[in-house]
Ligand binder design. Sequence first.
Ligand code: SF4
Ligand code: SF4
Length: 372
Amino acid sequence: MHGTKILEEADRLMTVCNSCRYCEGLCAVFPAMEMRRSFSDGDLNYFANLCHACGACYTDCQFSPPHEFNVNVPKTFAIARAESWAAYAWPHAFSSLFARNGLAIGLIAALSVAAFIFGFAAVTDRQVLVGVHTGPGAFYALMPHNAIVALFGGAFLYAIIALVMGVRAFWRDIGEPIGMLIEPGSLWEAMRDAGQLRYLDGGGVGCFNEDERPTDRRKIYHHLTFYGFLLCFAATSVATLYHYLLAREAPYPWWDLPVVLGTLGGIGLLIGPAGLLAEKFKRDPALVDEKRTGMDVAFIVMLFLTSFTGLALLSWRDTPAMGPLLALHLGVVFALFITLPYGKFVHGLYRYAALVRYARERRMMGHGSATE
Ligand code: SF4
Ligand code: SF4
């Protein structure tokens, strides 16, 4: 007996797959399955988060619908994955946010933006929103640096705590001692697999999206999004070091490191999410967890808007549009931060933790590295 209906279904499918084993070369899920004869709730949640949703095992399966066995691993794992995220949410009272994440993000974003724009006008002077401010410290004419740090530092810290608590719950659920999450060899191997999106390739041919022709498009757009996000994060980190270590205040000239990193990351975060959204709308409905499409779309749109408003601010920062654009950008980023623990963003952390476990399991079973 399992805790939910979807885990019952996942157990049924894994039992069929464990007899068949046709898909064992496609990804990490099937070799992990083959290490077991029966499946606990934690095992099934581990498989669901290890799955990269490439669709290959649906396209290749001789038992997929309309066969009476009705084997649909990608869709079953998509639903199980989303339900597991809600179960691991911290604080647990917020777990229902996953179910209505699209609406929640929309409302939080709208309120955040409105609060920032009114806040600027209220704490300073309405004129400051429409005046021209240039040179070092220009942004802080609108909102003092310490106020920005307090607001965003608080939101960021909250997001980090909530995300760490979620990963801790996942790690416990899959039955691993917490100390094993920091095993250097497994961490490194999982980082390499995650950095290459090794298992989003349908066993080497590309993933399946709208039909039976494999394609690398989702992988490419995902890379652009992921590395774009990392570059933007690096830009913010370098700017923070500039501020505190070198006493250099933003905004910086276009050739300076934070701006170069932010611009490159911003371009990735425009093209990647736009491409992922286009792929999502084309995706074969048989592979999709329709109930959570809103959550996926909301996160992709928030990433796109973060980049769009950031690049707009960079382009028009020497004009009277700077005030409203800064308020808009900060509002979007604030909404992104506080919704991170309750939306699609968490898939990266749980998938990474699942890859760490997979690397560790292979070592324990004497299989060596997954790349061998
Ligand atoms: S998905 Fe289908 S083909 Fe692949 S292992 Fe399972 S039952 Fe076999
Ligand atoms: S959808 Fe792809 S990653 Fe997921 S179980 Fe099937 S083959 Fe593996």
